[in-house]
Design a binder for this molecule. Sequence first.
Ligand code: ATP
Length: 370
Amino acid sequence: MFKVAVIPGDGIGPEVVSEGLKVLDALEETSSLRMQRTELDIGASRYLRSGELLTEDDVATLTKQDAIYFGAIGDPRVPTGVLERGILLTMRTRFDQYVNLRPIRSWLNFSRLKNEAPFNIAFLRENTEDFYMGAGGIFKGGEGKVPLRIKRTMYDIRIDLEASSSDVEDFAFEVGIHSRRGLERFADFVMSYVNQAGLDEFTVVDKANVCTSLYGLWREVFREKSEKTGVRLEFMFVDAMAMALVRNPERFGVVATPNMFGDILTDLGAELQGSLGLSASGNINPSGVSMFEPVHGSAPDIVGKSKANPFGAILAAKLMLEHLGMVELGKRIESGVESAMKKGIVTPDLGGSSTTSEVGDAVIEYVMCV
Ligand code: ATP
C-alpha cells in the first residue's frame, strides 16, 4: 500500500489532477496497485483565507508519504512569487528533492518539428544548486557589505562581499554554487538512471568554457563517476545543445543539466512536443519524499472551461508509479495517452475539441482493457 499526498492546488490544477486520479483508480481496479491517498488544501485559496503557505502541519503530513501528487499553484490575486517561493520552492528545499526529472518525447504528429524522426529524451536537472540558490545582493551607490549564508542539509557556506570603494555605480550580483557532495549525489542518480534505461552513454550540458570554476567542478565530478562506472558521457555547451535540440533531438537519450540551463532547455523541450499541457515532471529525492506534477501552471485563462489538457497530469502519475517501482503500470498509462491521441481525443491546445474529462476517459478505456 503506497501512501500518496494529493495537492490539487489552484486554477486548472484540480481539473487535471482529478483526471490523473481517475486513471490511478482504474489501475487499482485492474492490478495489484493499492494507494492510500490524503488530500491537502494547499495553495492560493487557503493563502487568501488564512495567510498560510506551507505549514509545519503540512510538512509533518507530507513527510509520512511515499510520494506527493501535485496539480498547480498560482492565482492572479496573489503577487507573483509568493506561492512559488512559499510553497513549491520551500517543498523542494525541505524535502531536499535534488533531481528534477523532465522527459520530453515526440507524440505521433503533434511535435512542432518538421523533422520526422521520433525523439525521447529524459532531462535530469540538478535541482538545488547553481545560480538558483538565492545567493545574490545589490550594492547601492557601490557601497555596502553583503553577507551571504547558504545553508543546506549538506553544508553551510558564508561569503562576505564588500565593495572596495564607493566610487562605483550600483551593481548587483547572483552567485552560482556547486558543492562536491551536491554534485556527487546528483551524478550518482544520473548514472543509475542511465543504467536502468539500458543505455551506456549520456550527455552532460554546461558552459565550462566560460564559467570555468563552477562547471569545472561539475565536469570533474562527472568524469570521475564516468571512469568509475564505465558509463560513457559526452559534454556539450548549453548553446550547442539548444541548437541540437531543435536540429536533431533524436540523437539524445539522457541529458544531465545544471539547474538554470535545465530550466530553460526543458521548456524548449516541452514546446517541441507540441503543447505545454503534455509535459510532466518529478522533483526527486531518491531516499526521501518525491513530488510529481504537470509542468504547466494554473492557467487562469482556461479555468472552468473544460479545455485543460490533462495529459501532463496523467503522465505525472506515470512518473510517480515508475518512481514507486511500478514500471509496467507506468507504461500502461503512456500507451493509454498514445491511444487517446490516435483516436483524436485531445483538447484544443492539441487541435482537438474534446473536453478534459473526455480525454481522461479515453485513457482509462485503454488502461482498463489491457
Ligand atoms: P502560472 O502563473 O500559474 O504559471 P501562467 O498562465 O503564467 O500561470 P501556465 O499556467 O503555464 O502559465 O499557462 C501558460 C499558457 O499555456 C496559458 O495560455 C494556458 O492557458 C496554457 N496552458 C497551460 N497549461 C495548459 C493545459 N494543461 N492545457 C491547455 N492549455 C494550457
